[in-house]
Every structure is written in structure tokens, then in C-alpha cells.
Design a protein around this ligand. Sequence first.
Ligand SMILES: [Fe+2]
Length: 321
Amino acid sequence: MESTTVGTVSFESGFPSIVRLARQASSPAKILTNLEPEQRELVGRLLEETGAVLFRGFEVLSIDEFEDVAGSLLGELAAYKGGDAPRHAERGLVYNASGPDKTRAVRAHNELSYAPWHPGTLIFGCSVVAEEGGATTIVDGHRVYSELAPEVREAFRDRGVTYIQHLPHAAGDPSGIKSWAETFETDSKDDVMEHCRASYTSAKWTPLGLLTTNRTPGTVKVGADKRQAWFNQTHIWRKDPSTVPEVTDMERWETWIGYGATFGDGTEIPSEYMELVQRTLNECEVAVQWEAGDVLLVDNRAAMHGRRPYSGERQVFVAFA
Ligand SMILES: [Fe+2]
């Protein structure tokens, strides 16, 4: 599909695909909440074909409107459970997407790709644009996979990834790492261990905190034609052996708080591979410069997302499904 108009809404394929109002309307946010079945189907098709769909001009400005649109497009929303980012719910299952430090970029990632559960779809909504900067970045995972050197992508495809996390007992750790209670949104040690034993590859209490590993694929087959896409967070979680030696030694991990990543079999990911991955991610990055009222749907397996640094009071909501 290239571009088409159905009723009052126009659809244009791209990265991101763009859905707009074809003519002026009195309550545009309501039109997005109440899309007709044929329009809804086109949104689904664009998301499957391109991985990201931007809705522009629908004036989704309040948290109420965003919650309605998110519920309408995604159905039941999910909690941000098991995640590493310091996030708080604005209301119900609508979170603040802005992250801790606006002066630094958030590198592109798939949401919760390191955890046993990750959302299939993300929805962002911007109610207040930054003074300067603050674009949400998106990266097409199919393109990353096809542009990476075969040796690198095949290593991740065939060997997968093991993520290691050692979460402190108490909040406010100097490392900046969230405690296990913050990460899993409960204070119950029993509940956390039950959850981790059921879903992680390994989980144990240590004097410092909770140490888990999660072995998972490094690429996924996704989209209309089920092609391979890049899907991992090793460029953010992996420790460089020149600064943190013995990163593959699980006994050493008991003495550090933090995150790490190895290949699925526990062996080290070479630094040259990581440099190539980061370079390719940078080359494939597309900036979505927000306009107030915009909504962005992202297929979390087919596309990564990040954020450019900004100044001012940017307000971006996010919800997961
Ligand atoms: Fe994210």
C-alpha cells in the first residue's frame, strides 16, 4: 500500500507511515478513537508492513484522550513490569516516556527485549513539545539486520543472547540501578522469586540483591513477510571487557550490581561486533520530530525506539500492549 484515503482519514506508507485527517473536523481525537473497521484494518496493515505509524493532526492532547486512543488501538494495556527504566505511571497503565536525564540521548532499543516478556506494540503520545530537540527516534529492525555484516548478524541469530541483571536490595543504589522491588513493582521477595523462577533462565538471592539471567533470541522473524529483524539490547547492556574484566564469570557477577550481556551460551560478544552494531543502528536511525497532539504506534519487534536530548518541558506518554 502506498497511499490511500478512506472517509476522513488518509494513509501513507513509509517509515514511519503517516495517518492524517483528510479534512478539518471538530473533534479529531474522537475520530481516532472511533476509527471505522476499514480504517482500523489499514492501520494494522501499515503497522505490519512498516513497523511504525504516526498519527498527525488528531489533537490527542490530554491524558484522557491518550488513554482512550491507546485503549481503542491496542485493546488491553500492560504494565511496565521487569523494566530497567525509572518510569512512573501517570495514570493506570499510561506511563511517562521522558526518562531520567533530558540532556542525554536514549539509545535505540526494543522495549524489554532483555526480559522474558516484552510488549508487542508501543503507543506514544505527545502533549507538550520540547523547546529544542526531543525527537523520538525509530530504527527499522529489518534494515539493521540486512545492513549488518553477515558474520555479526548470524552470530546473534544462531547463538542468541544471555542478559544478566543483578538488582540491589534497596532503592537509591549509587549505581543508579533500580532495586528488585522497583523493577518488579512489588515488595514481596516470595512473589518476585516465584515470578523469576517461572520466567527467567536462572534467579538467585545474593548478599547484594537479586541476580537473574535470561537467555533469549538476538533476532526475531516479524512483519508481513516474517523476515529476520534485529531484536536485542546488547549494545546498551554489555560490559566492555577492557573496563569490566571477567564479564562472563557468574561468580564474579555476585560481587557487582548492574546489567550485562553475553552470547546465549555465556561467551563474550566481541567489541568489534558491538562497534559495528552501534554504527549500523546510528545509520538507520530516523527522527520523529513531535508536534503536540501526535500519536505514534510502534511494532516493538520490528522497530526500535530512542530519544534525542532536549530542553524545556517535553511531555510524552507511553503505553504497552
Ligand atoms: Fe523504551
